[in-house]
Design a protein around this ligand. Structure first.
Ligand code: SF4
Length: 242
């Protein structure tokens, strides 16, 4: 059984092509800007769902995936349920369907390692390259995330590096350069996705009776996005704003 928060049937944002996105419940991070705070708790209002049920939905969607699309497991943090996810990912790939996992890279155990070996593509979210600012932003160290990036590189596993540009929290030039210095030489990074900060999830905090900690932080200006993209392009060959 997997704890599923929700589904998106025609996602264009989380990986190549058209995707069936499965948002899994539970996360090890506590990002101040999390747009899905209702996915963080290990159970929340999620429904335990059988692997068979998910496989059936995926198989029904197969004609819509085309050449590039497929399934993306997101969350929450999908590696939170890695042990249950491994056999499902294997079964989906046996159907010839492309599988992505969107992960913060902060959990490591034998099941996570097996899961990462199994998927076609990892979307690795690095929230901050500076460790102490990462802790302020997410409540956790970035050490494992960086080790996960290193593992992907050493194991020849393609990945997309994703970076959310939060004004005042992750848009400082020195931090963007630090990211480039740490990961810029990695050959397995197919692209860097620069994700503008947005406030679309704020109403969820209100509904949950929680305070949104980044109140007052404004969305990026086009100039801020261009500046960050230009900095990243000094280190990475392909940078896209998503
Ligand atoms: S890693 Fe993702 S799901 Fe987890 S708290 Fe951060 S933004 Fe939210």
């Amino acid at each position: 059984m997997l704890r599923v928060h929700s589904y998106e049937s025609m996602g264009t944002f989380d990986g190549p092509g058209l995707r069936f996105v499965v948002f899994l419940q539970g996360c090890n991070f506590r990002c101040l800007y999390c747009a899905n705070p209702d996915t963080i708790d290990a159970e929340g209002e999620s429904k335990p769902t059988s692997e068979y049920d998910i496989l059936k939905q995926v198989t029904d969607m197969k004609p819509f995936f085309g050449k590039r699309g497929g399934v993306t497991f997101s969350g929450g943090e999908p590696t939170f349920q890695a042990a249950a996810l491994v056999p499902l990912v294997k079964a989906i790939r046996e159907q010839g369907i492309h599988v992505c996992i969107d992960s913060n890279g902060g959990i490591w155990n034998p099941a996570v390692e097996e899961l990462l070996k199994e998927v076609d593509l990892v979307l690795l979210d690095v929230k901050q390259a500076n460790c102490s600012r990462h802790e302020s932003l997410t409540g956790r160290s970035n050490a494992q995330t960086l080790r996960t990036a290193e593992w992907l590189e050493q194991n020849g596993k393609s990945f997309w590096l994703r970076y959310v540009l939060v004004p005042g929290y992750s848009d400082m030039e020195e931090d963007i350069r630090l990211l480039g210095e740490k990961l810029g030489g990695y050959k397995m990074i197919e692209r860097v996705e620069l994700l503008p900060y947005h406030t679309l999830g704020v109403h969820k905090y209100e509904a949950m009776g929680q305070e949104y900690m980044l109140k007052g932080v404004k969305e990026n200006t086009p100039e801020q996005i261009d500046r960050a993209a230009d900095l990243l392009k000094e280190y990475f060959p392909l940078v896209v704003v998503n």
